[in-house]
Design a protein around this ligand. Sequence first.
Ligand SMILES: NC(=O)c1ccc[n+]([C@@H]2O[C@H](COP(=O)([O-])OP(=O)(O)OC[C@H]3O[C@@H](n4cnc5c(N)ncnc54)[C@H](OP(=O)(O)O)[C@@H]3O)[C@@H](O)[C@H]2O)c1
Length: 338
Amino acid sequence: MASYRLAMRAVLLHELGGPERLVLEEVPTPAPAPGEVLVRIRAAALNHRDLFVTRGLYPKIALPALLGSDGAGEVAALGDGVTSLHPGSDVVIYPMLDWGDDPALRSPASSILGMPRAGTFAQYVCVPARNVYPKPAHLSFEEAAAIPLGGLTAYRALFTRGKLARGETVLVPGAGGGVQTFVLLFAKQAGARVIATSSSEEKLERARALGADLALNYAENSSWEKEVRAAGPVDLVVDSSGGETLSKALSVVRPGGRVVLYGGTHPEANVKLFALFWNELSVIGSTMGSPQDFAAMLALFDKGLKPAVDRVFSMTQIVAAMRRMDDASQFGKIVLSW
Ligand SMILES: NC(=O)c1ccc[n+]([C@@H]2O[C@H](COP(=O)([O-])OP(=O)(O)OC[C@H]3O[C@@H](n4cnc5c(N)ncnc54)[C@H](OP(=O)(O)O)[C@@H]3O)[C@@H](O)[C@H]2O)c1
């Protein structure tokens, strides 16, 4: 990649072994290739993916890696041939690279910004011009940086794949997670009834404040699914936790209902097949989202919605920020600011 002579600060992962291996250092500022833009990052945000990468849990990890999929900032320079953008405009970055032409399925060549391509945990990042969208005007850079990957994943899971309809009931397990807070927000905005679960009373309070109609503590109440069943019927489950939570979630969906999975934090799940086929459930996978999903998701924020930002750390405190995510202490997105 071409670079300017000026150095920038960036967080690099030279070796695997967890977030403690991340190092803040000076590297050359990249220069945009034809068709690309250079974005000055004002704020970035963490995703569980970043933590997983530091631990070597992603296939084909290329080191050193400059992580970070979420970012908001200003257009700093244009590569040759870019005429649609202006230096100085405020933007958010669509983190899915090379989705391809089919909105229904991503191309095998697609990848996520922030490994292998250098990501947003830096003062500047180069991305294709088509990956840059106007920042919703009423959001701060910190709020805008919280949106891209989580909002996109939630939007596709809930609407494009989950086909949520007004008046339906959605179960949102682990509602404090970065993506799940968007699922909760979007479902309420779409006129759904939301049953949320979370691991602490404080998070349950925050879920209720975001509109959850029923909020249950899965850490203290191992029979939470009975309460969900009593409050049901559940039309749609959107889950990324997997494990026992998913097994229980499958048992509360109404006959003919849908279960959308976009992650597996606990990758093994004991699934009782009888409930699946007898109740004719649809189990649907979902990943990130198309450019159409991203534009439609951003439009929700144009209507005044705000993301749930857990805490804003300085980029120099990235290890502490990662530890907060590792402990699942957060409610919503953990943001990093320069
Ligand atoms: N396919 C995709 O495109 C895609 C995109 C984004 C994320 N993901 C995956 O989705 C998962 C979540 O990502 P994230 O960035 O949102 O992570 P995150 O912000 O760290 O959230 C994780 C949340 O999972 C919940 N959780 C953990 N164990 C649980 C359990 N046993 N039962 C119920 N909830 C549990 C916790 O919720 P509480 O705090 O409420 O207890 C925790 O806050 C990760 O596995 C990630 O790799 C996939």
